[in-house]
Design a protein around this ligand. Structure first.
Ligand SMILES: [Zn+2]
Length: 208
């Protein structure tokens, strides 16, 4: 890839934006108040804003391999805290995607070095849902289901945090689990039962 292309594209983008709104960057420079925190995979095919048709200033984004929400990952936890407590987003989305290389790697028995502890968290999702997953004979279907269950478990991890529990109580913040189908471009709402999960984990994980 010729990186000059990137800077050329940038100049064209500025032109296009100013053509429709002369104050576009002036307004952008004034600050942000996004409604949505999007936690997605780093995969180059999952373009957060583009697939939702949103622009700069509309969504706070965090991406990592396989869209994980791990309680001791200072990076994702800082993003969640900042978005929920300071930017006061009202929706937090975990968005997985079919054909996720991170999830695929976790399904195979291979030593991937530094990635082992990261992918271990996906193997834990497999262990929790082993009965359901092992009953799926088709490998591709099993892989897709693990992508969905991983999203669900990362939503549960979000609901375990004090920031999310507090914001849910104080202003009705909601957590959503979505999957992006890279084969069709479709965004699928897994319809995670946020209220029920919050209620059921309260017994053990209640923080606020
Ligand atoms: Zn992925």
């Amino acid at each position: 890839m010729n990186l000059d292309r990137v800077f050329k594209n940038n100049k064209q983008w500025i032109k296009d934006k100013l053509a429709t709104d002369a104050k576009y960057f002036e307004n952008l420079g004034e600050g942000q108040s996004p409604e949505l925190l999007f936690i997605g995979c780093s995969d180059s095919r999952v373009t957060a804003e583009e697939l939702m048709g949103l622009g700069p200033g509309e969504v706070f984004v965090h991406r990592n391999i396989a869209n994980m929400v791990i309680s001791i990952d200072l990076n994702v936890m800082s993003v969640v805290n900042y978005a929920v407590e300071h930017l006061k987003v009202n929706h937090v989305v975990v968005c997985g995607h079919y054909a996720c290389g991170g999830v695929k790697a976790a399904m195979q028995s291979a030593d991937l070095g530094l990635l082992n502890p990261w992918l271990r968290n996906i193997r834990d999702v497999y262990r929790i849902h082993k009965t359901e997953l092992n009953a799926i004979p088709d490998e591709e279907k099993k892989y897709e289901r693990l992508v969905e269950l991983n999203v669900q478990e990362q939503c549960v991890n979000l609901i375990k945090t004090a920031a999310v529990q507090k914001a849910a109580r104080e202003r009705g913040l909601k957590v959503h689990g979505w999957v992006f189908d890279v084969h069709t471009g479709e965004l699928i709402d897994l319809k995670i039962d946020f209220e029920n999960i919050l209620e059921s984990i309260r017994e053990i994980y209640h923080l606020d």
